[in-house]
Design a protein around this ligand. Structure first.
Ligand code: FPP
Ligand code: MG
Length: 335
């Protein structure tokens, strides 16, 4: 598969190619997303929802659900509802996350809290979570609902940990635990609920393992993009984590390995970053010089390899191939 995912046209083409085996079901997901809010509903809900939906998104999680169904031997048309639910939970989590992070932009548009304030944003996120479980409770099996509810609970716990963490005391283990909860949990759940519908327990377990490893890689790359990405492509400002006093894998590693002559400087820059954008930029540069960037890139690469290993026992299929390509895409992505 092509390795340059940088240009928007290229990256859309790569994703379209990956989605090929489940394209009709993914189209169905898009329609279900469009129709989620009933016609005629008044108030802010439809307005905010439209804003969020029009911002687009890669739809990676629903794609994972559908590909997992197909790779486990099921019919992806039968899990379009679950895939939609997973995406709506993801959208809700981003709205809440933008409140927590005081983010001003998301996907090239003003964030929901910037446009409508924190109160409306929290209520909108809550509405979407409730809507997923209310509208879809009858269609899903109890097991799928439990998997999704568990993922939401883990996301909330991990976000709480991120808020209370003292960056100076943050270990790599604690960071990994956070990203498992806040990102890998929903990605693994997306794969698990998709695979579950095919009724093959062994395949479901493998696809969950794939999702866990992929989800970790995804968040590590996300954190690297926050340090070194292009804000134009990302549709949001960079260096937001350092601005919030949140240290991610590259930084944690650099702090750990910094020799005596640079460790004081790195810590000073990191501690100044929340009030000083130039210090944040310099801290990111010094982190790269100290090998933190490379370390995190290699870590993400190993997680992607783990993810692909989990796929190996599944019977060969175009969907299994797409899951493998998607793992590679996660490493190459620029947004
Ligand atoms: C993005 O992290 C945030 C998440 C992956 C999870 C957010 C989860 C919650 C706020 C818990 C509430 C959940 C629900 C379903 C309502 P980031 O800030 O590192 O990434 P970003 O740069 O995209 O903001
Ligand atoms: Mg955020």
């Amino acid at each position: 598969m092509p390795s340059d995912a940088a240009s928007p046209a290229n990256r859309d083409q790569i994703l379209a190619q990956i989605a090929e085996p489940v394209a009709p079901a993914l189209g169905d997901v898009e329609r279900r997303l469009e129709d989620l809010i009933p016609e005629g509903m008044g108030g802010l809900v439809p307005v905010i929802y439209r804003h969020v939906l029009q911002a687009g998104g890669k739809r990676l999680r629903p794609l994972l659900t559908l590909l997992s169904t197909a790779a486990a031997g099921g019919d992806p048309a039968s899990t379009a509802n679950l895939a939609t639910a997973v995406e709506v939970l993801h959208l809700a989590s981003l709205i809440h996350d933008d409140v927590i992070d005081q983010a001003t932009e998301r996907r090239g548009r003003p964030s929901v809290p910037r446009q409508w304030g924190n109160r409306a944003s929290i209520l909108m996120g809550d509405f979407l979570v409730a809507e997923v479980f209310r509208r879809m409770a009858d269609e899903f099996g109890r097991q799928a609902l439990a998997v999704l509810a568990q993922a939401v609970a883990e996301m909330c716990q991990a976000e709480l940990c991120e808020q209370t963490e003292d960056p100076l005391a943050l270990t790599e283990e604690a960071y990994l635990c956070n990203i498992r909860g806040k990102t890998a949990g929903l990605i693994a759940a997306a794969c698990e609920v998709g695979a579950m519908s095919a009724g093959d327990e062994a395949a479901t377990l493998l696809l969950r393992q794939y999702g866990e490893a992929l989800g970790e890689a995804f968040q590590i790359v996300d954190d690297l993009l926050d340090l070194y990405g292009d804000p134009e492509l990302l549709g949001k400002p960079v260096l937001q984590d350092l601005g919030r006093g949140v240290w991610t894998l590259a930084v944690i590693h650099a702090v750990r390995v910094a020799p005596a002559e640079s460790s004081g400087r790195l810590r000073d820059l990191l501690l100044a970053a929340p009030e000083d954008a130039a210090a944040a930029r310099e801290a990111a540069e010094l982190t790269a010089e100290l090998g933190g960037r490379l370390y995190a890139e290699q870590f993400a690469r190993r997680q992607v390899e783990q993810a692909c290993l989990a796929l190996a026992p599944l019977p060969p299929s175009s969907s299994r191939q797409s899951l493998q390509d998607l793992a590679e895409y996660v490493l190459q992505r620029q947004r």
